[in-house]
Ligand binder design. Structure first.
Ligand SMILES: Cc1cc2nc3c(=O)[nH]c(=O)nc-3n(C[C@H](O)[C@H](O)[C@H](O)COP(=O)(O)OP(=O)(O)OC[C@H]3O[C@@H](n4cnc5c(N)ncnc54)[C@H](O)[C@@H]3O)c2cc1C
Length: 371
């Protein structure tokens, strides 16, 4: 019997596993893919997480993260606005960062199994976890860190799945001289937006979110990029003067920003499994990291006093909502400002005239630094 089984080895799962293991708990982590691997993500992490990562010796200094301090926003027609970021961030590929954290987790005694969890059954006292390869495992607690969408969400009959999501996400790594290495750029196109910023080793991440109907209209990703994204002159220049380092893009579909439950069927959800913020906020990873801290601390404190499951679930759901619910709401509404020519131009215009307003919008989706 394990103390905790963590399902999913992204940032939320890896960091929950490490913190719980460091408190002396017996932790089993499931990740279905083998590290290192690429994922669709803009790879810009808000600096609000630095004090926490440094305090726990988990800031990936040796991987040479980039420093990002400027924001560059452009409308569909190419009108643009540059402004300093209040807090700023750093750029690191998930390919490198997740694998580095997974190595640390293993070295510290987290048991890592590369298998897909297909079911989680709670019998009133403990969990039985079933894996794709047919094995069964038992644990007192389960942390669900299985990301934005997983087969497990279907098993749990989660409400967010009932509404089809219209978004797809596409990501490349590129070499380019067209982007300032200290900036995160957000270039709009009809029905979507594209983020570009530097990660490690002079490589840039280019990642966009597009309405699914764009792909249907244009027939393929390359045609959509030529016919639609390139209507924004900044994107046209970047696509035509950069070297794309992937043979084919990483693509995901059905990205949902609907409300989710932080606790369901006694599974304590962390990261995107608990709720996903729109990518234009550049804050999903910081939220995944922060939620792992809140959850791990509550688990450790609760177990010390002798497990009180209903208190743990209640305390976590209420802390999660206090910390993140408002940010997710703001992210959904700010996303509505982007991807239509009138609204994205006026957002750029508004930002130019009223920089404090643009700053205010950013603050609505970001948290304060935490340790
Ligand atoms: C287009 C796009 C751009 C983004 N850009 C940014 C950005 O620039 N900055 C930012 O901060 N955030 C960004 N995000 C959000 C960010 O990627 C997520 O918030 C973050 O990855 C959440 O981490 P996580 O650990 O919760 O989930 P994930 O990183 O998705 O990890 C979940 C893991 O669970 C595993 N898994 C799933 N099901 C199972 C199972 N049944 N069994 C075993 N393993 C399983 C998966 O393989 C995966 O490795 C972006 C998102 C999108 C879609």
């Amino acid at each position: 019997m394990k103390d905790v089984i963590v399902i999913g080895g992204g940032l939320a799962g890896l960091l929950n596993a490490i913190q719980l293991r460091r408190a002396g708990l017996n932790v089993l982590l499931f990740e279905e893919k083998k590290y290192p691997f690429h994922r669709v993500c803009g790879e810009y992490i808000s600096n609000e997480v630095i004090p926490f990562l440094k305090k726990h010796q988990l800031y990936p200094e040796e991987l040479d993260p980039s420093v990002i301090s400027q924001f560059h926003l452009s409308s569909i027609s190419g009108k643009s606005l540059r402004m300093p970021l209040d807090l700023g961030g750093f750029g690191i590929s998930r390919y490198a960062f997740d694998a580095w954290l997974a190595e640390k987790a293993k070295n510290e005694g987290v048991e890592l199994i590369h298998d897909r969890v297909v079911d989680s059954i709670f019998d009133g006292n403990s969990f039985t976890i079933k894996s794709k390869s047919g094995d069964q495992y038992h644990a007192t607690l389960v942390v669900g860190a299985f990301g934005k969408r997983s087969l497990l969400d279907k098993n749990l009959d989660r409400l967010f799945l009932r509404k089809r999501s219209p978004y797809i996400g596409v990501k490349y790594h590129i070499k380019t001289d067209e982007v300032d290495s200290s900036e995160i750029a957000l270039h709009n196109f009809y029905g979507g937006y594209c983020g570009i910023s530097r990660v490690e080793n002079d490589v840039f991440n280019l990642c966009y979110l597009s309405h699914r109907s764009n792909l249907k209209t244009h027939g393929s990703i390359p045609e959509m990029e030529k016919g639609l994204l390139a209507q924004n002159p900044h994107l046209k220049k970047i696509f035509s003067h950069s070297e794309i380092l992937f043979e084919k893009p990483e693509v995901i579909n059905e990205i949902s920003f609907e409300k989710k439950e932080p606790v369901l069927n006694h599974i304590l959800m962390s990261g995107d499994s608990a709720g996903m913020i729109t990518p234009l906020c550049g804050n999903g990873m910081a939220m995944a990291i922060h939620s792992s801290k809140i959850l791990s601390e509550l688990i450790i404190e609760n177990l010390k006093e002798g497990l009180n499951r209903s208190k743990l679930e209640h305390d976590y759901a209420s802390k999660w909502n206090n910390q993140f619910a408002q940010r997710l709401w703001a992210g959904r509404h700010i996303q509505a400002l982007f991807g239509s020519s009138i609204v994205s131009s006026s957002a750029v215009g508004l930002g130019k005239s009223f920089r404090p307003f643009a700053s205010y919008l950013m603050k609505q989706t970001h948290g304060a630094p935490f340790s």
